[in-house]
Design a protein around this ligand. Structure first.
Ligand SMILES: Nc1nc2c([nH]c(=O)n2[C@H]2C[C@H](O)[C@@H](COP(=O)(O)OP(=O)(O)OP(=O)(O)O)O2)c(=O)[nH]1
Length: 367
């Protein structure tokens, strides 16, 4: 059995992503690929990444580009006819954001240094599988599908009437909530303040499942543009018809640190998974959960919220990790890292500098 470690560069400039094409003779040939290749002995994954990108497309990403880890995944390619050729690849995947001048210089290249075809494609086409990639890459596309900026809701009781602009929405009223009920205030508040196309983690620990279900369905009815992450208990509680009808809008189910201590923990819904972590032990446990789910062909773990990066009013009791502490946990993660705690959307650059990939928060993520 062959085991190889591969460095993979998800090179992009904004919404444009770079793909190469594997020639027919290569393993997983006649498919598109992210630029990359085998990690040599005595080389770190990042060193291999920089070398491979330079060898394959002549671009020096050590200068100007922002490189941050996306994740690590192991995938077994079985060769039924010649079992000795079966191999397990361990892909060390990095996001490589080009600078504007690199992109301007490189955008017209359509051939790599080895004569291979190169193509820039939109994020939307990429994540909607328009370009056939090696089988292992389906997990990378799921990672990329999770938006980079995530708003998190407050509990129903935390939204005060004064926070609302009391211009009540007719559709919410039609749902049967009285204007003075906290549920209505919560709906009005988020209807008005969530940015367009927002991705929102609905965190409602103090409401029961029936209440959470009503709120989620009512919010989706008045804000069909948004995407939601819901807690796994609610995902289990929604029947499969509701889940299917909402499949475009409910994009992931969330597990708290406590819930995934057992990696074989059964989830009824096949939505992709996000998890939270506050310590090295839980990051390592989340890695195990992610690999277990890959090995068993279950929906992947697509994001890990690591918190609190900085002090926050909503969790005054928690000790902040600080940027260095955050970076050290993020480096251990094999799942794209979402920074949480004292964050604003504008922190995304800093998050990536400190080895995270996405950013989440409560107050500063609203309009
Ligand atoms: N470069 C790259 N390789 C990928 C991707 N996804 C994926 O499963 N792989 C696999 C295919 C290969 O088995 C391995 C990459 O090795 P490579 O590009 O150095 O190797 P190669 O095809 O020349 O390999 P070989 O025939 O010499 O064994 O990783 C991807 O997006 N990019």
């Amino acid at each position: 059995m062959i085991n190889i470690d591969v460095a993979v560069a998800v090179i992009h400039f904004g919404d444009q992503y770079l793909l190469g094409f594997r020639n027919a003779k290569q393993h997983q040939g006649n498919r598109y690929e992210f630029v990359g290749g085998k990690i040599e002995a005595n080389e770190t994954a990042k060193q291999a990444l920089v070398r491979e990108v330079f060898e394959e497309i002549g671009l020096d990403i050590a200068k100007q580009s922002v490189i941050n880890p996306l994740g690590v995944l192991r995938h077994h390619y079985a060769e039924i006819e010649v079992p000795s050729k079966s191999k397990t690849v361990c892909l060390h995947v990095f996001r490589v954001a080009l600078s504007e001048s690199q992109f301007t210089e490189f955008a017209h290249h359509n051939e790599g240094c080895e004569g291979q075809q190169l193509q820039w494609v939109s994020c939307e086409d990429l994540i909607n599988n328009k370009y056939p990639l090696p089988d292992a890459n389906k997990t990378i596309l799921q990672w990329l599908k999770l938006p980079n900026i995530i708003a998190i809701t407050q509990e129903v009781g935390a939204i005060k009437a004064s926070q609302n602009n009391t211009d009540l929405n007719e559709q919410s009223k039609a749902k049967g909530y009285s204007a003075h009920r906290p549920e209505q205030q919560w709906l009005d508040y988020y209807q008005q303040t969530l940015p367009e196309q927002a991705c929102v983690y609905i965190r409602l620990k103090q409401s029961n499942l029936a209440q959470r279900k009503d709120l989620v369905l009512a919010l989706l009815a008045i804000r069909p543009d948004i995407k939601l992450i819901i807690d796994y208990e609610l995902a289990n509680f929604l029947d499969s018809d509701t889940n299917a009808a909402m499949a475009d809008q409910i994009i992931a189910q969330h597990l708290t640190q406590q819930a995934y201590l057992d990696t074989e923990f059964k989830l009824l819904s096949d939505l992709p998974v996000t998890v939270s972590a506050h310590s090295e032990a839980s990051v390592l446990q989340a890695n195990k959960l992610a690999q277990y789910r890959l090995n068993h062909n279950l929906s992947p773990v697509v994001g890990i919220f690591i918190s609190p990066v900085q002090a926050t009013n909503t969790h005054p009791e928690a000790t902040p990790l600080g940027w260095e502490g955050f970076a050290s946990l993020a480096q251990d993660s094999e799942i794209p890292v979402i920074a949480l705690g004292g964050m604003a959307p504008a922190n995304i650059g800093q998050v990536r500098y400190y080895q995270g990939d996405k950013v989440a928060g409560i107050g500063k993520f609203l309009t």
